[in-house]
Design a protein around this ligand. Structure first.
Ligand SMILES: [Zn+2]
Ligand SMILES: [Zn+2]
Length: 155
């Protein structure tokens, strides 16, 4: 992964690369945070390409979870093209997993804690239920939460 990182650094000098504890894009700092000591070198490369894609596409803060989902899809699409340039092959199943995980997570945020109705977002940190009018707050989502395949669905 470090070789790829070096190439990306020289090809995209406008992006700052910062070592950290997970992979994500920061629109505020125009930086990609990455973890160097990954146990899954392939996944690390894919994540890196994905985050860089957010940067190249100029993804900024988004208003709603729905919008965030669209940016995620766009970043993966771009990453696939970028991967070819760097002789990396991104497993399409990984992309699907990431997007599914995101979708599940967003679905959970949108579900009313009182009655279980899937509801609408009012602003970046608040949802209101269509059915019982409950209001609840969600933490600000950010680009690229770390994904774990072992997430159990439909418990
Ligand atoms: Zn409700
Ligand atoms: Zn992303």
């Amino acid at each position: 992964m470090l070789e790829l990182l070096d190439r990306l650094k020289s090809d995209f000098p406008q992006i700052t690369f910062v070592q950290g504890d997970s992979f994500y894009w920061s629109p505020k700092n125009q930086s990609v945070t990455y973890t160097p000591g990954s146990t899954m070198p392939d996944v690390a490369k894919w994540s890196l390409l994905h985050e860089v894609s957010h940067g190249i596409l100029g993804h900024k803060n988004y208003f709603s979870d729905f919008e965030l989902m669209q940016l995620e899809v766009a970043a993966w699409q771009y990453a696939r093209g970028l991967a070819k340039k760097y002789d990396v092959k991104i497993d399409p199943e990984h992309i699907q997993d990431c997007l599914d995980t995101y979708r599940d997570w967003l679905h959970l945020r949108a579900t009313c804690p009182t009655c279980g109705t899937v509801s609408a977002q009012k602003d970046p940190s608040t949802y209101q239920c269509f059915n019982c009018r409950s209001v609840w707050n969600v933490s600000n989502s950010r680009f690229c939460r770390p994904y774990r395949r072992k997430t159990v669905r439909n418990i």
